[in-house]
Design a protein around this ligand. Structure first.
Ligand code: ZL4
Ligand code: CA
Ligand code: ZN
Length: 388
């Protein structure tokens, strides 16, 4: 029996569509939409869906997608076939390469995950939910007329555009191991969105090669966007203690200075230990502590997914973060086994980890406490220019 009930005093909405999970990027591609099936399996096995308003999302309309993307790009995305495109097409839209392949149902996949983020943002705008969740979204690299890093349509930008119809100021926070360059670029010249990305940075040696500490917005002080981009570049192996301290310190300062009326948190799970592409040593607990902190601010909150390339760990993290959203973290019914339920994809594990433990190769931590403190002082200085 499970005792997970609806949270008192606030509403959580969960936006998903099983169609999304069925798409395949191709053999050996790290982005696996079926990780969403694993996450959903855990969320439902723990009975968490009973505590949320659940919505089967619909595809975003052409008009909605055009809120950010160019018509020519969307037309090409819609008509793109599983063929080898000529050089001209690669140059125009960065589509049809190993990172961003053209696969069956590509446009459907993009419209579906975007529709879910737009719906989630609208629920926050009309007050029907206080925390809205779309684990299939969070595709932060897509540009106006360009695919990039497994991302074709930028659902985060589309969701923030919806939030801006009602909210004067939106804080965007990105804990994916990669720099949230597409969202940063989209709101580069406005002071109504403060973007904050925490990521591994090693110049051109780590994708996408941007997001150094001194990338703070347009150079001209006349531009309203000046100082409204915050970047936290980190090195390999950061663990929970440093990561969570940094997160709370910096987000706390951002909230105090910027006074956002809505928050979007991109919960990319490739910042977890043991990720196939990531380089950090963050545990499910530390990753979840970022969600707990954002929730505690009492501001409308949109949670989206993002990266995450070790599917069993992605499922654990997003199930744990769903439990935080509905307030049942730490009190999941003990009659539900604390190990992850049996699934064929977990069958090679010899021991059953709890939701709080990640089995990953420990990585050496290259981040000194001195460097972490320097990052905080630099951002403290930057935020003196952010005023509301
Ligand atoms: C793969 O094994 O750094 C794609 C991509 C496909 C299958 C077989 C093809 C083998 C790793 C990555 C050749 C792969 C060559 N397959 C990939 C500069 C690169 C050019 C492409 O989490 N090669 C490009 C993108 C990053 C680059 C990261 C993160 C998204 C997000 C939000 C996007 N691109 C070098 C790599 C494989 C592959 C194995 C891969 N691609 C790892 N890192 C990248 O921020 C969702
Ligand atoms: Ca990031
Ligand atoms: Zn990533």
């Amino acid at each position: 029996e499970n005792d997970i009930t609806r949270p008192k005093g606030y509403t959580v909405s969960w936006h998903s569509n099983p169609e999304i999970e069925k798409h395949h990027f191709g053999h050996a591609h790290p982005m696996k939409p079926w990780r969403l099936t694993l996450a959903k399996g855990l969320i439902m096995a723990y009975g968490m869906h009973a505590a949320m308003d659940t919505y089967v999302s619909r595809p975003a309309t052409k008009e909605e997608l055009e809120d950010f993307h160019s018509e020519e790009y969307l037309d090409y995305l819609k008509s793109a076939l599983v063929t080898v495109p000529d050089d001209n097409e690669i140059k125009d839209f960065n589509l049809g390469n190993t990172d961003c392949p053209i696969f069956e149902g590509l446009f459907n996949y993009c419209s579906m995950y975007s529709g879910a983020s737009i719906d989630a943002a609208r629920k926050l705008c009309n007050g029907e939910s206080d925390i809205a969740i779309n684990w299939s979204g969070g595709l932060h690299h897509a540009k106006k007329a360009e695919a990039s890093g497994f991302c074709y349509v930028n659902d985060i930008v589309l969701a923030i555009v919806q939030l801006l119809r009602k909210h004067p100021r939106v804080l965007y926070i990105d804990i994916d191991v990669h720099h949230g360059d597409g969202v940063e670029e989209a709101f580069w010249s406005t002071d109504r969105v403060l973007t904050l990305s925490i990521h591994k940075y090693d110049g051109m040696n780590f994708f996408p090669g941007t997001g150094d500490l001194d990338r703070t917005g347009p150079d001209s002080e006349e531009n309203p966007g000046a100082h409204h981009a915050i970047n936290v570049p980190l090195s390999d192996g950061i663990g929970d203690q440093q990561y969570v301290w940094l997160f709370k310190t910096i987000v706390g300062m951002c909230v105090q200075r910027f006074q956002p009326t809505a928050i979007v948190l991109q919960c990319g799970a490739d910042s977890l230990a043991g990720d196939r592409l990531g380089r950090f040593n963050v545990q499910v607990q530390g990753h979840g502590a970022c969600v707990t902190y954002c929730k505690s601010l009492g501001i409308p909150l949109l949670l989206v997914g993002g990266g995450g390339y070790t599917p069993r760990n992605v499922a654990r993290a997003w199930a744990h973060e769903t439990s935080i959203a509905i307030g049942c973290d730490g009190k999941l019914n003990p009659t539900i086994p604390q190990h992850t339920p049996y699934r064929s994809h977990f069958r090679h594990e010899t021991i059953f980890p709890t939701l709080e433990e990640i089995l990953g190769d420990p990585r050496g931590n290259k981040n000194t406490d001195k460097k972490i403190r320097e990052i905080v002082s630099s951002i403290t200085e930057q935020l003196r220019f952010v005023n509301n």
